[in-house]
Write a protein that binds this ligand. Sequence first.
Ligand SMILES: C[S@@+](CC[C@H](N)C(=O)[O-])C[C@H]1O[C@@H](n2cnc3c(N)ncnc32)[C@H](O)[C@@H]1O
Length: 253
Amino acid sequence: MKPDQPLEPHPALPDYYPDLAQRPAFVRGLFDRTAGYYDRVNRLFSFGSGSWYRHRALLQAGLRPGMTVLDVAIGTGLVARQALAITGDPQSVVGLDVSAGMLAEVGRLLKIPLLQGLMEQLPVADARFDFVSMGYALRHVADLNATFREFHRVLRPGGTLLILEITRPAQPFKRALLKFYMGRLIPLLSRLTTGNRDMHTLMRYYWDTIEHCVPPETILDAIRTAGFAEAGCNVELGLFRAYFGRKAAAATN
Ligand SMILES: C[S@@+](CC[C@H](N)C(=O)[O-])C[C@H]1O[C@@H](n2cnc3c(N)ncnc32)[C@H](O)[C@@H]1O
């Protein structure tokens, strides 16, 4: 993999925007308009397991009390809340998101420092954090290589990266089943339970980006190419992936 070449997480999806240049504005607008419904829909369709899963993934990746965390793409704070429960200090977890709507929502729910910005260009000093987390947002960046380089830059030597993501199952039958559930049923039910048309689009877009996303090996390769000394991925049910990376203890940026 060429580290300086942009790596898009998926090709343009013309059902939503004509070309990739329009994607950032589309994504930001969609999250702005659905911020108030995101938690409710997430609780409904993760059957309450979302918080538990995020908490366990953070612990397994090595998050401990006293560490500093940057949670990128914080959304309504589903990962940050669990990070806070582990570190125990509201000043130790910093949240970042591009969407003003999401930041307003999380600001009501969590009293932690918040930053508005793009994860491809983090407004953060070098080697500032012990831990960088990102939940379910990898498919929205413009360039995976640039994003992972930024994660590496803001971690202190020995720091840890954790990325949670869903990937399409390899087996055609499982994939077709999931496509029906995530691509049809959840969007419909999201709209019916919230009365919000954008929620339907968000959940449909969620599946479409999963279906067209680059394979897990490409993501792992990009994490290594960004400079992480150790990288790996824990998979559950062939669907839930927790990618991790460790910055070398003596690394320079
Ligand atoms: C699906 S939500 C994930 C929220 C939360 N991390 C979770 O685990 O549920 C994705 C979030 O990524 C944010 N986002 C999308 N593209 C971004 C970018 N390029 N930089 C920063 N945040 C971005 C969106 O605004 C949204 O809040």
